[in-house]
Design a protein around this ligand. Structure first.
Ligand code: ASP
Length: 330
């Protein structure tokens, strides 16, 4: 009998050479060992949280261990490059967010191209929240604006590195307020949140995934939600939108998606996409996400083609915003 891994490699080789393979070969055997799900940010942050929820749900549908690996740094681009260069066998996958679409406008050089990745489906969409350390004096966005106008450069805004969601949201804030703050990069907003709660940094623009419980527990101050509509989640229901609280047009939603290295056999991609669709119907997962104010994707962007199309519109959308704001790539 053929070694299953060897036959999967053979199938991959055949695809690379343009030879039609029987999808059943790869399908029957995948996955016969643990799958690694790379998260390009630190543990305890929003990307890590959604990846762990998806890993758990995928484990049920793939009937195989799914291990989350945090490969951090440079706003998510290091972990992305790691997956772009990994074996295209379906055993190394990536959960990444909006940063994948903004990195091309924010970095002069990246260790990967988007064509190095296969798009496997969009996962979720979350609003962000502008939050402050407990000891920050202002209680409202209006008062915070006065403080930023007077002393913005003395205020530290924690973020997860250039191109991360918290960085992007901070850039939007600066551009709308026409003030500069001091950006403090972390390997993810998980560790940044600990520093914010401990009064070590002043502000952060953080996805509801990670901020809802801290707002509810009054561990941080909440100044506004980044979506145009208020969140329906009880902890956020009284938090105004940034749009209504004095920053008209502020609209920022963070999405996450699933990716594999380019050249992964089509039958394996189909199996992962099917497993993702099942994972996102998992009632436990839906309940956890909804309680935090996160929407699980159910539309056409859950298909590889829909995901890729959406990604391309986001690259164009953010490219223009970044260019119009005069932000120079690193
Ligand atoms: N998603 C990042 C994290 O999980 C945070 C960010 O992009 O701002 O740390």
């Amino acid at each position: 009998m053929l070694n299953p891994r060897a036959s999967l490699r053979a199938a991959g080789l055949a695809v690379a050479c343009g030879i039609a393979v029987t999808p059943a070969i790869a399908l029957a055997e995948y996955p016969d060992k643990p799958v690694t799900l790379v998260v390009p940010f630190a543990a305890g942050g929003p990307s890590d949280k959604i990846a762990r929820d998806v890993a758990e749900a995928l484990r049920k549908t793939l009937n195989q261990t799914v291990v989350v690996e945090n490969t951090t740094g440079a706003g998510g681009t290091i972990g992305t490059a790691r997956v772009a260069r990994a074996n295209a066998d379906g055993y190394t996958l990536l959960v990444h967010h909006i940063g994948l679409a903004t990195a091309p406008s924010l970095y002069r050089k990246l260790g990967y191209k988007s064509s190095d990745l296969e798009f496997l489906g969009l996962i979720n969409e979350a609003p962000s929240t502008l939050i402050g350390k407990p000891q920050l004096a202002p209680n409202t966005l209006a008062d915070l604006r006065k403080l930023i106008a007077a002393d913005g450069d003395k205020l530290n805004l924690a973020n997860a590195g250039v191109g991360s969601a918290s960085h992007l949201c901070g850039l939007m804030l600066q551009s709308m307020l026409k003030s500069k703050m001091t950006f403090v990069p972390y390997k993810g907003t998980g560790p940044a949140m600990s520093d914010l709660m401990g009064n070590q940094v002043d502000l952060m623009c953080e996805q509801a995934t990670n901020s809802t419980p801290q707002i509810e527990g009054k561990k941080v101050k909440a100044y506004g939600v980044s979506s145009l509509q208020r969140s329906a989640v009880p902890a956020l229901a009284n938090v105004p939108t940034l749009n209504e609280a004095g920053l008209p047009g502020f609209n920022f939603t963070v999405w996450h998606g699933l990716y594999a290295p380019h050249g992964t056999p089509p039958a394996v991609l189909t199996k992962i996409n099917t497993a993702l669709r099942a994972a996102l119907k998992d009632p436990e997962l839906i309940k956890r996400e909804e309680a935090l104010g996160i929407t699980v994707v159910t539309d056409d962007r859950l298909s590889p083609a829909g995901h890729k199309k959406f990604y391309e519109t986001e690259v164009a959308h953010w490219g223009k915003i970044i260019q119009d704001a005069g932000i120079q790539p690193e």
